[in-house]
Design a protein around this ligand. Structure first.
Ligand SMILES: C[S@@+](CC[C@H](N)C(=O)[O-])C[C@H]1O[C@@H](n2cnc3c(N)ncnc32)[C@H](O)[C@@H]1O
Length: 336
């Protein structure tokens, strides 16, 4: 699921870089918001065009180290904020001509390799999975939540078929000891007898916990809404997703605000006669064969984009209603 390509271990390649750059067209100048700065792959490419400015954000404070390096060369054209993209509207953007806002969701290879973060099932030690600016960690989720809550998280955020069996075993084991990353991998392994799939037995549960700990569903929905609000007319909103739930949310949001003829009960409540967004490409863009060959981790990446048609900022969307069941599961975290 990670977006970073490492074919040569010393080099960092961001996923779908050429495609993103061609869509947002930095050669014409303007201000761009990189909502998932990471190691700055997209940002560095944009800053190569002299009439651009980049405002980059990331919830992981580790990203600031890379941002500080970039700042040395681009002090007047680059700004970094350690914040969550759900809070995009808190940025002070008075006279900025926002030409593009983009997201490269998920986590980077660097984050996955950081054992303290515990994103990988090969990590040692305590459960964590916090990307930054979180309210609770995976340790509390696994050691405190009820059977019902755990199985819902595994089922709906991980599409895990054995969610009940795994939750049940966790409840039994955690009275004996505090479950750490290795223990969780062993529990999943002992419950899931066969593995006919190419993916590791723990992949789905780990994805589910990561989505839950980082509230990735509400982050994405609020991020999309706020990105659409801050974009100027003709600005581009582009999103790279890595799993089907993320892609479903992006697809629904883009379609619902680009159509006004829908008779669906999910029709967007925009007080405008014309749609707010324009989709030139209804299908998602996927990595080229060359990129897939260089980096197998890019295989699940999908890029979608829209263009904002008018300077209209106070729109309303029914997307929270549409994905209500997932937000309710995320809200279980309020008990922790
Ligand atoms: C796949 S990496 C981005 C890689 C980046 N495009 C590059 O070229 O280096 C995703 C990044 O988004 C950050 N992130 C994830 N969710 C976030 C959120 N809700 N708000 C801000 N940053 C977030 C992660 O911390 C991570 O650094």
């Amino acid at each position: 699921m990670e977006a970073t390509i490492v074919s040569d271990k010393s080099k960092h390649y961001p996923v779908l870089l050429k495609e993103i750059i061609s869509i947002i067209s930095p050669q014409y100048g303007g201000t761009f918001i990189d909502c998932t700065f990471g190691q700055g792959g997209y940002t560095k490419e944009i800053l190569k065009f002299s009439n651009t400015k980049v405002i980059a954000i990331d919830r992981d404070i580790e990203s600031k180290k890379i941002a500080d390096q970039i700042k040395k060369n681009f002090a007047d054209r680059f700004l970094f904020k350690n914040m969550k993209f759900s809070q995009l509207t808190n940025l002070k953007l008075k006279n900025e001509n926002i030409k593009g806002v983009f997201f490269d969701l998920g986590y980077s290879l660097n984050q996955m390799k950081d054992h303290k973060k515990g994103l990988s099932f090969t990590s040692k030690g305590q459960l964590n999975m916090k990307l930054g600016l979180n309210d609770f960690s995976a340790k509390e989720v696994i050691n405190k939540l009820s059977f019902n809550d755990l199985q819902k998280i595994f089922k709906y955020f991980g599409d895990e078929k054995d969610s009940k069996k795994i939750a049940n075993k966790i409840i039994k084991e955690r009275v004996k000891y505090e479950i750490n990353t290795g223990d969780l991998v062993n529990i999943i392994d002992s419950v899931k007898k066969r593995n006919n799939s190419k993916i590791h037995k723990s992949t789905k549960v780990f994805q589910a916990i990561r989505i839950f700990v980082n509230r990735e569903i509400s982050e994405l929905i609020n991020g999309l809404i706020n990105a659409t609000k801050i974009l100027k007319k003709d600005g581009v909103l582009a999103v790279v997703t890595f799993h089907s739930l993320e892609d479903k949310i992006v697809k629904y949001f883009f379609r619902s605000l680009s159509e006004n003829k829908s008779i669906s009960r999910y029709q967007p409540k925009i007080t405008q006669s014309e749609p707010l967004l324009y989709m030139t490409e209804r299908k998602s863009i996927i990595p080229s064969k060359k990129e897939l060959n260089e980096n197998v981790a890019s295989r699940s990446a999908k890029l979608r984009f829209v263009i904002k048609k008018k300077n209209f900022f106070n729109f309303d969307s029914d997307i929270f209603e549409k994905f209500k069941s997932f937000i309710e599961i995320e809200n279980i975290g309020n008990e922790l």
